[in-house]
Design a protein around this ligand. Structure first.
Ligand SMILES: NC(=O)c1ccc[n+]([C@@H]2O[C@H](COP(=O)([O-])OP(=O)(O)OC[C@H]3O[C@@H](n4cnc5c(N)ncnc54)[C@H](O)[C@@H]3O)[C@@H](O)[C@H]2O)c1
Length: 397
């Protein structure tokens, strides 16, 4: 299969490219290398030392005997997207090339507008290019479980049956996201649904939980293939931040009461699920398939306890100290999302969250010095309600 990955230089994109090449697929990628700049803007760096893009491409060829056909550039540039689709004629496009951080999108108006432009325009460009040049290709789009928010009822996989004033219908489940970033994913979902209904495109919208961890098998223990691993307040996801804090002996810092519940899955399982989705497209043209992608749900404070306990077994003592919650969100709530469809496709979780945390801590131990350099970027300063004065590095509106 010919698979085009937007965002191929990112946390998920880079290991996905390797995993797909190992499974015999031909891989192309687009990336504007923005994530590297955003993390630097947050005063941080990847805890894992990652190669520059040219070296990554050289190593890819060495390992797989095939080039990763790379297009440097921005998916908000329609001409670039059109040319990439025309040149490569993908069977599948995996769209990861977006700004993925809730706190980053909440810094100020500049960052919120930037996030909306970057994420929504990129998806629109892809939808139009697919409509006009490759209408039979399968679009796999990364959404997030955060699109749903935390309603006080069970969360289905995208759609639910509803009876209202004596009439019945099957409708998209309501979305109540909690950040400007998550809102972009909701808008994307509406646009993608439209493209399936009106243009007959075939798309899978993946409501992904929080991904964590350092390893996938295709990376073979070769440090040149390492994916990035961020620990700062904006780009470090919660388990990644807790693990980083543990290895440098810094107190783990759940926000508020810490009883926010979320779905989690390891990097290894995220890549497994994406490969299954790519290799098992929906049956019919015009289908808009939504999958909830996570392994286990956890309370954030319980996760901190797991990281603390695992670190203790490894001889590291760390405290847990809750910090004032910078976000506006429920700190204790009902949370019961479905996640059956990926299991039906063949997903088999490889590790429990606890086992994966142990491996992550082992891996990060080697990079403790790099994490120490990012220490000042870990705790939250971006608040959902207050504006923090700072110059805009992303330009005007
Ligand atoms: N990592 C997670 O826990 C998680 C959870 C749910 C959903 N997701 C979604 O999965 C996708 C990938 O996440 P990730 O963790 O790999 O993020 P990432 O930031 O590491 O990767 C995204 C990549 O896309 C590139 N990019 C961004 N905007 C671009 C643009 N306009 N043009 C070209 N390239 C652009 C970035 O440079 C980066 O390399 C994102 O859409 C994210 O929202 C991630």
């Amino acid at each position: 299969m010919r698979v085009l990955i937007t965002g191929v230089d990112g946390y998920l994109g880079w290991p996905l490219a390797h995993a797909l090449a190992r499974r015999g697929h031909l891989v192309a990628g687009i990336d504007a290398l923005l994530r590297r700049e955003w993390v630097a803007e947050m005063g941080s760096q990847s805890a894992t030392p990652i190669l520059d893009i040219d070296s990554r491409l050289t190593v890819f060829r060495e390992v797989h005997g095939e080039d990763l056909r790379f297009v440097p550039g921005n998916v908000c540039n329609y001409d670039l997207v059109e040319e990439a689709i025309r040149d490569f004629m993908p069977d599948c496009v995996v769209h990861l090339g977006q700004m993925p951080s809730a706190p980053y999108s909440m810094i100020d108006a500049h960052h919120a507008v930037f996030t909306h432009q970057n994420n929504i325009v990129g998806t629109l460009n892809l939808l139009f290019a697919l409509r006009d040049l490759a209408p039979n290709a399968h679009l796999v789009k990364l959404g997030t479980m955060g699109e749903y928010g935390t309603p006080n009822i069970d969360i289905p996989e995208g759609f639910f049956d509803i009876e209202y004033r004596g009439r019945r219908d099957r409708l998209p489940f309501p979305r109540q996201p909690n950040s400007m970033y998550h809102l972009t994913k909701v808008h994307d979902s509406a646009n993608i649904h439209f493209a399936c209904r009106v243009w007959g495109l075939t798309c899978t919208d993946v409501m992904q939980g929080v991904v964590f961890g350092t390893r996938i098998d295709a990376l073979n223990g070769d440090d040149r293939l390492l994916t990035r691993f961020d620990v700062d307040q904006a780009f470090g996801t919660v388990i990644n931040r807790f693990c980083a804090q543990a290895v440098i002996g810094m107190a783990l810092s759940p926000y508020g009461r810490g009883h926010q519940r979320r779905g989690f899955l390891s990097l290894r399982d995220s890549i497994q699920c994406l490969a299954l989705i790519i290799e098992n497209p929906p049956d019919g043209a015009g289908e808009y398939r939504i999958l909830n992608q996570f392994h286990e749900t956890f309370d954030v404070y319980d996760l901190a306890l797991v990281v603390q306990g695992t670190a203790r077994d490894m001889g590291i003592d760390v405290e847990i100290k809750t910090v004032e919650n910078p976000r506006i969100e429920a700190e204790r709530h009902y949370y019961n999302p479905d996640h059956q469809k990926l299991f039906d496709l063949g997903y088999r979780p490889t590790r429990t969250v606890r086992e994966e945390i142990r491996e992550t801590l082992e891996d990060l131990g080697r990079f403790a010095e790099r994490i120490r350099l990012c220490r000042g970027a870990i705790l939250p300063s971006i608040r959902w309600r207050e504006r923090k004065p700072r110059p805009s590095p992303v330009g005007g509106f």
